[in-house]
Ligand binder design. Structure first.
Ligand SMILES: [Zn+2]
Length: 82
């Protein structure tokens, strides 16, 4: 007698996703011919974030990292509070 075996998710490991926290802005949507002050550091940039706001990729990545850290800290604080 053979028992049915659950299907393992083998295909999931085949794909190599980008490391977390690194944005892929190779897309043309993240580029504008007009330089505007970055929303984070006020230095003019041609780059646009996912909301079409002027932002350097590095600045956006930094902001995301800070955001993630803040969210994690808030979650931990909440989890510790009865
Ligand atoms: Zn910037």
């Amino acid at each position: 007698m053979s028992r049915p075996r659950p299907r393992s998710a083998q295909s999931a490991s085949a794909k190599g996703p980008d490391p977390p926290g690194v944005l892929d802005w190779g897309d043309g949507r993240h580029w504008s011919s007009t330089a505007l002050p970055c929303r984070y550091c006020d230095t003019p940039t041609h780059l646009r974030d996912s909301k079409s706001k002027p932002a350097h990729k590095a600045c956006a990545e930094q902001a995301l990292a800070t955001q993630a850290a803040d969210a994690a800290a808030a979650y931990q604080k909440e989890a510790l509070t009865p």
